[in-house]
Structure formats: structure tokens, C-alpha cells
Design a protein around this ligand. Structure first.
Ligand SMILES: [Zn+2]
Length: 421
């Protein structure tokens, strides 16, 4: 006898062209962020498809957010299909904004070109193919005539590439996504058919400003250069902090391997009259540097900040006193879904069945919308699993393999049946 899940898989095989066409249709809407172009058009395209597939559809403008403007409205879309009962509820989320195309393309980044088994375009992997996979996974279950007990939602959201505050964070703040309603969240970001991503490292962005005393550039000995002070800070980061970070390793399965250790990057330095067209001879009295410190689940933000402050204090004690200020820009705590959770187990079983090989559990060096699901919505079962290859996201000639798209649609569909069927 044919099993329901085999019927579902068969529906996905026969819908393969439709899935690719829909992903290509989304790529042709150039939702470039910044500034956030064509969001209403893309939300509409997703909403129309969800409506065709029997979802109740809501368009949600992030009206309270400052980035929601007349020129660049922030419109999210949420489709819901009730099963026989409200819970459990599985939410599938994809962001539909894409980063600017940049240089170096050999195909039109917004044409949705299909060539040699690949779908090309900005956002093909990150993550319009993922959105198509999520929508068609639910639809395949319906076409196969498999009834669902629980409820399924699909959302298309904005601004993930710039922090997601008008997108996933906003949905959570509005109570559309909340632990009191939502049991499971799958975000089909491009980790590929074989990888289930459990979470990500933490982020601490901060600025350090050093202050000096200005004087005539012909007599620098009369002043005190803020740039020289900053270079003492940078030396200490290289000679003391970086080796200390290299000695710590997380138990999280972060890929690539190098990102299992905490890191610090100097995002930018600006001092004196660096950006002035016609500089005058002055000793710099101010220098600012922005840092990006990625921290581990095993570290905590208080210690991370304290470590930086004690480094600054040491630098100050080791020479002429340092006048500085440290200010936070952004803090994102690390998150990780338990590998023993029902969500991860259901996905693993589905990957086994579809791929014939076990999934690799990974974690991400950088953050994505999981943070909002965990911190704002309080939902603790959230993973990323979707088509495409993270390494080519944000690059010229971004592509997603069509086989990947079809396979991940199958895995997501089987997971839907397992979790809420
Ligand atoms: Zn993405």
C-alpha cells in the first residue's frame, strides 16, 4: 500500500517545475536591501500564492518602525492554515530581502535564469528558493490529500539582511510569533540538503573612541595624538586579546571549523581629518574604531565586555594615560536549539528518508532571524534548514541547485507531516 509520505514525495516531484518557476518569479522582484525596494510587490506575490493554496493571508506593515517609510514600506506577509486543532503550530519563515548585486555577474542577477540544473540570481540561495520550498512543502501535503492535525504558517519577512527589526523581530513584538502560539520554527536559510543549523554565535559590536589634545601639525610634541593612542589599543588587541581568543573553543558545531573560536574584527577606524578633502595641519584629538567581537555560547556578554575594558585599562597603565570611551552598538546573544528536541529529531528522520544519509548538525558563525524567534518570541525550537549553499550567498552569480530545492522541499514536507500530521 502506498504510504501518505510517498504520496507527498510524488507530489513534489511532479511540482518540481512549478517550484523552480515560483522561486524565479521571486528573484525577478529586485527586493534590494538597502534601501528595501519592491517589498510590497514581493509580499503580494507570496501572499497571492499562499491564497491560491488555501491559506488565510495577512499583510503586516511594520508601521511603528522608523525604516517603514512612504518610499520604502516594510510589508511582511503571513499565511496560516488551521488544522483540526490550533496546536501544535509549525511556522516556516523566509526573508525576502536580498543584498545588493554588486559587481562581477555573468548573468542578469534579477532574471531568474535556469541553466544546467541551477537557478541563478541574487537571492536564489539566500533565500527565495527557501521560501518556495516552504510554500510548496505545505502545498504538496495538501495535494497528496494528507490531513493535518496542527496548524501551519508561512511568513515572508523583510530586512533580515539589516537585522530584521521590521521583519521577524516586529512579528514577534506584535505577538504574531510567540511561545503561547508557536511550537516550532523552521527557517529555510541556505545550509544545504545535508545540514540542520541549530543556532549561532553571539555578536558584540562596540565603538572605542580615544581622545587626544590638538596642536599645530608642525609641532606635534605640543599635543597628544588620539590616533597614536588608538594604535596602542590595536596593538594590544593583536598581541594579547587575539591569542587569548584563539585558545577558546566552543562545543557548538559551528562551521566552518575556524569559527568555533571567538573572533574580533576591526570593522573600521577613523581619526583626525582622514576623510577631509583639504586637511589642515593638526594633531588628531579624536579617533574612533568600531569592533565586531563574535562570542561563544560558553562566554557571556558581561565577561566579554569586561575583558575589553580591562585591556583598555592595561594599555592606559602601561604608558601615558589613555582617555577613551567605550560604547555598545549591538548585542546579540548566542542561541542554540537542543539537538534532542522533537523538531531536530523530526528533521533528522526526514533527511535520512529523503537523502538516504544522516544530516550533519551545524551552527552558524553569523546570526540570522533565529535570534528574534528565541529572544523575542520565546520559542525554543527553531532551526535553519533549506536549499542552497551558504558560501555562495551574497556573491556574484549566486545560484541554487534545482535538485537541492526539490530535495529540501521533500524534507520540509515530511517534517510537517511528522510534527503536526
Ligand atoms: Zn538569508
Amino acid at each position: 500500500m502506498t504510504q501518505p509520505i510517498d504520496l507527498v514525495l510524488r507530489e513534489i516531484d511532479s511540482a518540481a517545475d512549478e517550484i523552480v518557476d515560483f522561486a524565479a518569479e521571486l528573484i525577478r522582484i529586485p527586493t534590494v536591501n538597502p534601501p528595501g525596494e519592491f517589498y510590497p510587490d514581493c509580499a503580494q506575490a507570496i501572499g497571492a500564492r499562499l491564497q491560491d493554496f488555501d491559506f488565510d493571508v495577512e499583510y503586516l506593515a511594520a508601521a511603528s518602525r522608523p525604516e517603514h517609510t512612504k518610499a520604502y514600506p516594510r510589508i511582511n506577509v503571513l499565511g496560516r492554515r488551521f488544522g483540526r486543532v490550533a496546536r501544535p503550530l509549525l511556522h516556516l519563515n523566509g526573508h525576502f530581502d536580498v543584498v545588493p548585486p554588486g559587481e562581477g555577474w555573468t548573468v542578469d542577477p534579477f532574471a531568474g535564469v535556469v541553466r544546467a540544473g541551477r537557478l541563478y540570481g541574487r537571492g536564489s540561495a539566500d533565500m527565495k528558493a527557501g521560501l518556495a520550498a516552504a510554500i510548496y512543502a505545505v502545498e504538496a501535503v495538501r495535494r497528496a490529500g494528507v490531513g493535518l492535525q496542527g496548524t501551519v504558517e508561512v511568513s515572508g519577512t523583510v530586512d533580515e539582511e539589516s537585522g530584521g527589526l521590521a521583519g521577524m523581530a516586529w512579528l514577534a513584538e506584535q505577538g504574531k510569533l510567540d511561545a503561547s502560539l508557536t511550537d516550532f520554527v523552521i527557517i529555510p536559510e541556505p545550509f544545504g540538503v545535508d545540514r540542520i543549523c541549530l543556532g549561532h554565535r553571539g555578536v558584540y559590536w562596540f565603538d572605542v573612541v580615544t581622545y587626544g589634545r590638538t596642536a599645530h601639525g608642525s609641532m606635534p610634541f605640543l599635543g597628544e595624538s588620539a590616533i597614536v593612542s588608538m594604535s596602542r589599543v590595536l596593538d594590544a588587541i593583536r598581541d594579547e586579546l587575539a591569542p587569548a581568543l584563539a585558545g577558546r573553543v566552543t562545543a557548538m558545531p559551528v562551521v566552518p571549523e575556524g569559527a568555533r573560536r571567538p573572533t574580533i574584527n576591526i570593522n573600521g577606524v577613523s581619526g583626525g581629518q582622514a576623510d577631509t578633502a583639504q586637511p589642515t595641519p593638526c594633531v588628531a584629538d579624536r579617533c574612533t574604531a568600531t569592533f565586531d567581537r563574535r562570542f561563544l555560547l560558553e562566554e557571556n556578554i558581561k565577561d566579554v565586555r569586561r575583558e575589553m575594558i580591562s585591556l583598555l585599562e592595561r594599555v592606559s597603565a602601561d604608558g601615558p594615560g589613555l582617555k577613551y570611551e567605550l560604547s555598545d552598538r549591538l548585542i546579540v546573544e548566542p542561541v542554540q536549539t537542543s539537538k534532542d528536541s522533537p523538531l531536530v529529531t523530526a528533521l533528522q528522520t526526514s533527511v535520512d528518508k529523503v537523502n538516504g544519509r544522516p544530516a550533519q548538525l551545524v551552527a552558524s558563525p553569523g546570526t540570522y532571524d533565529h535570534k528574534h524567534v528565541a529572544r523575542l518570541a520565546g520559542v525554543n525550537q527553531c532551526v535553519a534548514y533549506g536549499p542552497g549553499n551558504l558560501e555562495i550567498a551574497h556573491q556574484p552569480d549566486e545560484w541554487c541547485a534545482i535538485d537541492d530545492l526539490v530535495q529540501t522541499t521533500k524534507v520540509i514536507a515530511l517534517t510537517i507531516v511528522r510534527l503536526i500530521g
